[in-house]
Design a protein around this ligand. Structure first.
Ligand SMILES: Nc1ncnc2c1ncn2[C@@H]1O[C@H](COP(=O)(O)OP(=O)(O)OP(=O)(O)O)[C@@H](O)[C@H]1O
Ligand SMILES: [Mg+2]
Length: 877
């Protein structure tokens, strides 16, 4: 870099801002451009492929430079944010014309991936979270908080287990995460690719400063009212978020709503592994779109509706009441095709009310945002007209919405009268307002737009009154407007022509009248711009003040969109309304896996029945490869989740006992990136289920134990089934698919365990998949037949058959099926001695688990008593 003494004052100013914003690319406003210098210029030119030039090419040490016009900077910013850069925007904060010497500049905001608000940086149907995590080793407690700056929502939770916090953080998937300096990110989180920002612990996470920041921001007298009482670590995480906003947004974050801690008791909990295994948002290969539950389910039309669906799918409900209310509304939309189609038509033109309102509030809205807002508001009466035709006797929530409706006519009219239909891209250029909106402005517009006509009139007048051939009207930057006369006629110019410039063949003149008109035209253009800017600011203020009204209607639109979207999917895919209940039974008639069905076409999918009840709590499913075991397992889990977000389900009929958690684990899914071996991952996940599952949980285990040697795997699978059967007073509903046929001998020995298999037929040495779930164990795996189907060369298939025959012969001699039978007799408690000893740690009682997690400081005596009572009930069963 060039020594400082050689730099111009402007570059010195640049370097000062650069120093004040470490780690940021500095976008330095110069006139109509944002410029970058030195290393920043090289980085940006490379990253977004723009030309690198230099400020002083002839100097012996030229300064690298690149830049872009200020109005086309957005796409570059979003590319850079995507690449993980932070950007400080340094603007001119005084009018360059009024500046004495160097124009005053300041960093007006710092852009980071977790705090962006422009649509180009956001996915419309997904939240964009900035997260913070704080773990206190001394107190053995921690908290996480997350905030969507673009919508203003924020939430958090606390836990006594650090792994659980990371589990949640991974599920929330923030785009940017604040951590105290020195804190490391575990491998499973780092896979997400979130930007991790380490910040000074003292400055960001200090407890009392954090508490003050939260209280001030939320204007509440105490932390209890926000559900933060006694939750020191969560307060610190919140404090860090606010501090970061102070730093990056220069204090401009008054749009944040009320902090709402996540109430885990209200939700069906799905950990991130279950989400992944069930391919809810992403396929197992990490891709989004076709092949995911989201893809079949999402028929929302607005960003708000989409985000609501995402939030529900991440945290479905746990209790009957909200689910039933939703199902009532979805049913109404389902049964009224015309109504649904009309609502869909209107929703199509509703834009992102939440994010538009945020940008307006923060003063970062572009003219096109106001047009989008106007269009959205104009749809509210259309939506209302759809609703008014019904009385919603069967769907009270819809009636409530209608009663609370705020048509926002006042703002719609205001926007309608203010803005032209195709506004310029930026606010400062003028041309934004319609005629008739403001009388002063109309005058400037008239002069501005018709000034040239007036000049032409003057020109014609001069032509008429003076006999000068070839009298021309011209304009240049130095002299402004002038009349030009060729040299031959210069003697004929009248007295009021004042000479300004002599050229080779002509003379240029001005007249007092011309000068006056020119002044008026030029100042009209300036005055128009500045009046428009002022009017714009006033209008923005009005709209910013109405933020709560926008958010209120955004919620209503989101709800309508959510219901209609689910109803539309249910119609298109022929789903049925599930019956939910507080019991444990699950009864599905002619159920389908929505994603597999979508992929293969409805006519090719063979539906199946499934029943779980007191006598069928653990279903052990065997069957050949490719028969459809995994499909059935996932189908049950997905149907439960769909039902608990209030959606219809792919079946002829479905009765589903509410679940508090769904766990889905697939054996031997490699995860080398996390630094764990196949089997290690499988066992860690299994351990977690054994610790966390309760009586109300639904557990899906797909070939657990297959990632190790046969006997180790079999023994583990066996022990896991036993453990699940005895857990939570034997209540956990479990579906277990396995190729360990030996396990099928557990039927009759473990209460509630039933064998099922998926029927196949052998036909001329090939197998035909019937896809029917039938009672009893499968006879064998048909692995070799499936290999043949898959196109494994005939020689290999034949050889495999020979080997199999030999192996089976041998196993008859030594182990024999009877051996397993005998083993089961000795190993199973209640079937002869001795019972297997299960290590203490593995069977930690759920009450112990809860006790470890308990935040005693944060409880009232009444809460403690209630919990004691609950535990007592739990032990009683
Ligand atoms: N009910 C069904 N109707 C039509 N096709 C189905 C059905 N169930 C499964 N299939 C098809 O069979 C394929 C294999 O199913 P799945 O993966 O569930 O088999 P599996 O029994 O788990 O096999 P493996 O033992 O190899 O894991 C699915 O991808 C799907 O294409
Ligand atoms: Mg399978």
């Amino acid at each position: 870099m060039v020594a400082k003494k050689k730099l111009t004052p402007m570059l010195e100013q640049y370097l000062r801002f650069k120093e004040e914003n470490p780690g940021c690319l500095l976008f330095f406003r110069m006139g109509d451009f944002y410029e970058l210098f030195f290393e920043d210029a090289e980085t940006v030119a490379r990253a977004v492929q723009i030309t690198l030039t230099s400020r002083n090419p002839n100097d012996e040490n030229p300064i690298p430079m690149c830049g872009m016009p200020h109005h086309s900077v957005e796409p570059y910013l979003s590319q850079l944010l995507d690449k993980g850069y932070k950007i400080a925007i340094c603007d001119q904060v005084e009018d360059p014309k009024e500046a004495k010497g160097l124009v005053k500049r300041d960093v007006t905001r710092v852009l980071t991936p977790g705090t962006v608000v422009e649509d180009s940086n956001l996915t419309s149907k997904a939240n964009n979270y900035l997260g913070a995590l704080f773990w206190d080793d001394a107190r053995d407690a921690g908290g996480i908080a997350w905030l969507d700056f673009s919508t203003g929502q924020w939430a958090g939770l606390s836990s006594r287990r650090e792994v659980e916090l990371w589990q949640w953080m991974t599920k929330i998937g923030p785009r940017e995460l604040l951590l105290p300096q020195g804190k490391k990110v575990p491998p499973q989180f780092s896979e997400l690719g979130a930007q991790v920002t380490s910040v000074a612990t003292g400055a960001y996470f200090d407890l009392s400063a954090s508490a003050n920041r939260v209280l001030e921001m939320q204007s509440v007298p105490d932390l209890e009212s926000l559900g933060l009482g006694g939750k020191n670590e969560l307060v610190r995480a919140c404090g860090a978020l606010l501090k970061y906003l102070e730093q990056t947004q220069k204090g401009n974050f008054g749009h944040l709503g009320e902090f709402k801690p996540l109430n885990l008791g209200k939700h069906l909990l799905l950990d991130e592994i279950t989400e992944r295994n069930l391919e809810i948002f992403r396929r197992l290969d990490g891709k989004t779109g076709l092949g995911t539950v989201w893809h079949v389910l999402d028929r929302t039309l607005t960003p708000m509706g989409g985000r609501l669906l995402e939030a529900r799918l991440r945290q479905p409900w746990r209790h009957l009441s909200p689910i039933e209310k939703t199902l009532d509304c979805v049913t109404f939309f389902f049964e009224h095709d015309q109504f649904r189609s009309d609502v869909r038509h209107a929703l199509n033109s509703v834009y992102d009310l939440e994010r538009l309102s945020t940008r307006i509030f923060l003063g970062r809205a572009m003219p096109k945002d106001f047009i989008a807002l106007r269009k959205s508001l104009s749809m509210l009466p259309v939506l209302k007209a759809c609703l008014i035709k019904h009385n919603f006797e069967t769907a009270p929530e819809l009636r409530k919405i209608f009663k609370k409706w705020d048509a926002m006519d006042d703002l719609a009219t205001l926007l309608e009268s203010a803005f032209v239909d195709s506004p310029p891209p930026v606010i400062t250029d003028g041309g934004l307002f319609k005629k008739g909106y403001n009388a002063d402005l109309d005058e400037f517009i008239e002069l501005n737009e018709h000034g040239e006509d007036k000049l032409r009139e003057l020109h014609e007048k001069e032509l008429k009154t003076n006999d000068i051939p070839k009298l021309k009207l011209g304009f240049n930057k130095v002299f402004g407007y002038y009349f030009e006369v060729s040299k031959a006629y210069k003697g004929q110019v009248p007295e009021h022509f004042v000479r300004r410039q002599t050229l080779v063949n002509s003379e240029r003149y001005i007249t007092p009248e011309l000068k006056e008109m020119e002044d008026r035209i030029i100042s009209a253009s300036e005055e128009r711009k500045s009046l428009e800017y002022k009017l714009f600011q006033e209008l923005r203020e009005v709209l910013a003040k109405a933020r709560q009204r926008f958010l209120f209607m955004a919620d209503i639109v989101a709800a309508l969109d959510y219901w209609q979207g689910l109803a539309e999917s249910a119609r298109v895919n022929e789903w049925c309304r599930p019956v939910l209940h507080d019991g444990m039974e699950i009864e599905i008639e002619a159920g389908r896996h929505p994603v597999v069905e979508e992929a293969m076409g409805a006519s090719n999918y063979i539906p199946g029945d499934l029943k779980m009840d007191k006598d069928r709590r653990i279903l052990l499913i065997t069957g050949p490869n490719m028969a459809g075991k995994s499909t059935v397992l996932r189908q049950v889990a997905i149907q439960t989740i769909m039902a608990q977000i209030g959606s219809f389900v792919p079946a002829k009929s479905a009765r589903i006992g509410l679940a508090d958690r769904v766990f889905s684990r697939v054996g031997a899914s490699d995860n080398l990136a996390q630094g764990h071996s196949t089997f290690m991952v499988e066992m860690t996940e299994t351990a977690r289920i054994l610790r966390q599952a309760t009586k109300r949980s639904l557990v899906i285990l797909d070939e657990i134990g297959r990632g190790t040697s046969t006997y180790d795997g079999l023994s583990l699978a066996w022990a896991v089934v036993e453990e699940l059967s005895s857990r939570a007073s034997g209540g956990i509903r479990t579906l277990f698919a396995t190729h360990y046929h030996e396990l099928t001998s557990l039927e009759g020995k473990i209460e509630g365990l039933r064998n099922l298999n998926i029927a196949v037929k052998e036909w001329k040495g090939d197998i035909v998949f019937l896809r029917r779930l039938v009672p009893g164990p499968a006879d064998r795996s048909y692995g070799i037949e499936v290999a043949k189907l898959a196109g494994v060369p005939r020689g290999v298939v034949e050889r495999a058959r020979e080997i199999l025959a030999k192996l089976e012969e041998k196993s008859q001699d030594t182990h024999s099926k009877g051996a397993v039978e005998r083993a089961s007799q000795t190993l199973l408690p209640g079937f002869g001695a001795p019972p297997i000893e299960v290590p203490e740690k593995l069977v930690e009682h759920p009450i112990i688990t809860q006790l470890v997690d308990l935040d005693v400081d944060g409880m009232t005596p009444i809460q403690a008593l209630m919990l004691l009572n609950q535990w007592k009930d739990m032990i009683k069963g």
